[in-house]
Design a protein around this ligand. Structure first.
Ligand code: ZN
Length: 65
């Protein structure tokens, strides 16, 4: 899995192992970093997803607090 736009909090890797093909955040819950084995919690994934979404909105020219 290299198409998940999340970063490992420990080693910075963006490659994670997930149980199945992720279709929602619930499926990504418990994803494990392929490099160091750190487990991502849903909470961490959600907060990163929020930041990514905010960045996308800012790049689109929207003002986001
Ligand atoms: Zn890692």
């Amino acid at each position: 899995m290299s198409n998940i736009p999340f970063v490992c909090k420990k080693c910075g890797s963006t490659t994670f192992k997930v149980a199945s093909k992720p279709k929602s955040l619930d499926d990504i819950d418990g994803a494990v970093c392929e490099k160091c084995g750190t487990k991502m919690t849903k909470k961490e994934i959600e907060s990163q997803a929020r930041n990514i979404a905010l960045d996308a909105l800012k790049k689109a020219g929207l003002k986001v607090k």
